[in-house]
Write a protein that binds this ligand. Structure first.
Ligand code: PMP
Length: 419
């Protein structure tokens, strides 16, 4: 059974008790290239608390069995644990029904599921799909390929220089035979928090359903799918302190029921004959094959871990880190910031004038500082910005101001060596 774990909850402080919290993350306590690790690549993936790691081994040490199959006791326990985790996810994003939670491999699979099944059912020649210019490839390529297959158009909401969406033509764009709007909540490159409430309302006025890519928001914002009224929402567990290879697609029942199955095989069927098969009800219609039970249980533990700290407290603290890091970085000459929207999450994308981003990343790595460099799976956005890539530091609640000081000194060193 899950072991108890320790999170100290300081609701009266807007700073985090990072000393205590960091004890929960074993990976943070190591040297990299002879220096204490400073992990600032949380947008790519987050580190896992001991409670999450323990939940995986507990599962294999106690109840490992194939869920939804055997009638034996362990099988029943695995099934009950899985379905209880589904309820935890349902409550976490405030979905109306438990069966609106579909377990996937991650955001990419969730978006592909909707793109392929939605296009099959609802996209025709001359129709359009609307995305934005700041999408991750995961929310571009699946739609682009479906538009190619169906001879439909891929329309793009432009981005302003400061990294906000340019909504000046949104009414016009939504009027061009758009069958679905698929948009990211938070940009993984710019950190921009998009006004998705406004976009959802506008789209719904024209009966256009909306898919939200919540890969970057689910660990940093309180998500309430009923309040947002989005039709689909996809996220990955590994970006919220849980393991890789597991994710969630939320869909309103009315939409999920209208879509055909995505993959075929065991679990998703009711009855199979050689001539014909009938399909299972939600959520199983979309969960083909043996589920990732340990990943699902670990996701539940990660949610409980974040809830103990408090999503609002996490956002507040990460915002403090962002403000501090932005101030410190702007004191250095020749830094070009990418993404200066007022509504921003703790992602800091930048370049040093006339220096290649990967050279900066390599020097930081030698100093034990992990940041991401490159195009961040957003090549069209890089083309718009006219750059090959950025250096990106992204913060989580276990990061500290002291780590930001080390990072700033690292950027100064890189600048000295490269300019
Ligand atoms: N969308 C966004 C905004 C992302 O940041 C990412 C991951 N970087 C994805 C989609 C894809 O997530 P995954 O690789 O976990 O499927």
């Amino acid at each position: 059974m899950p072991r108890p774990y320790n999170v100290i909850f300081f609701s009266y402080l807007c700073t985090m008790n990072t000393t205590s919290i960091r004890k929960d993350f074993p990976v943070l306590h190591q040297s990299v290239n002879g220096r204490p690790l400073v992990y600032l690549d949380n947008t790519a993936t987050t580190q896992k608390p001991q409670a999450v790691i323990d939940r995986i081994s507990d599962y294999y040490e106690t109840i490992n069995s194939n869920a939804h199959r055997g009638t034996h006791t362990l099988g029943r326990m695995a099934t009950e644990a899985l379905e209880s985790a589904r309820t935890t996810v349902q409550k976490f994003i405030n979905a109306k029904e438990q069966h609106e939670i579909i377990f996937t491999k991650g955001t990419t699979e969730g978006i592909n599921l909707v793109a392929q099944t939605f296009a099959q059912q609802f996209l025709n020649e001359g129709d359009s799909v609307l995305i934005s210019a700041m999408e991750h490839h995961a929310n571009i390529v699946p739609w682009q390929q479906m538009c190619k297959q169906k001879k439909a158009n891929l329309l793009v909401i432009p981005v302003l220089e400061n990294g906000e969406l340019d909504l000046s033509e949104i009414d016009n764009l939504l009027s061009q035979n758009v069958k679905i709007l698929a948009i990211t909540h938070i940009s993984n490159v710019l950190g921009t928090i998009n006004p998705i409430e406004v976009l959802i309302e506008k789209a719904h006025k024209k009966n256009i359903p909306v898919l939200i890519d919540a890969a970057q928001s689910v660990a940093h914002e309180v998500i309430d799918v009923q309040k947002l009224d989005c039709d689909f929402l996809a996220f990955s567990a590994h970006k919220m302190y849980a393991p890789m290879g597991i994710g969630v697609l939320y869909g309103k029942s009315e939409w999920l029921n209208k879509l055909p199955p995505y993959q075929f095989g065991g679990e998703m069927i009711l009855e199979v004959r050689f001539e014909e098969s009938t399909f299972n009800e939600l959520p199983f219609k979309f969960e083909t094959g043996t589920p990732n039970v340990d990943g699902i249980l670990a996701l539940e533990t990660a949610i409980q871990y974040m809830q103990k700290i408090g999503l609002k407290e996490i956002a507040k603290y990460e915002n403090e880190l962002l403000t501090y890091a932005t101030e410190k970085l702007s004191e250095i000459d020749d830094i070009i910031f990418h993404g200066t929207s007022k509504q921003k999450t703790a992602v800091l994308s930048f370049n040093i004038k006339n220096v290649h981003n990967s050279d900066v990343g390599a020097i930081l790595d030698q100093l034990g500082i992990a940041v991401r460099t490159g195009n961040h799976c957003a090549q069209p956005l890089m083309e718009i910005l006219g750059i090959p890539g950025t250096v990106r530091a992204s913060f989580a609640f276990y990061n500290t101001k002291e780590e930001i000081d080390v990072f700033i000194e690292g950027v100064k060193t890189a600048k000295k060596m490269l300019m």
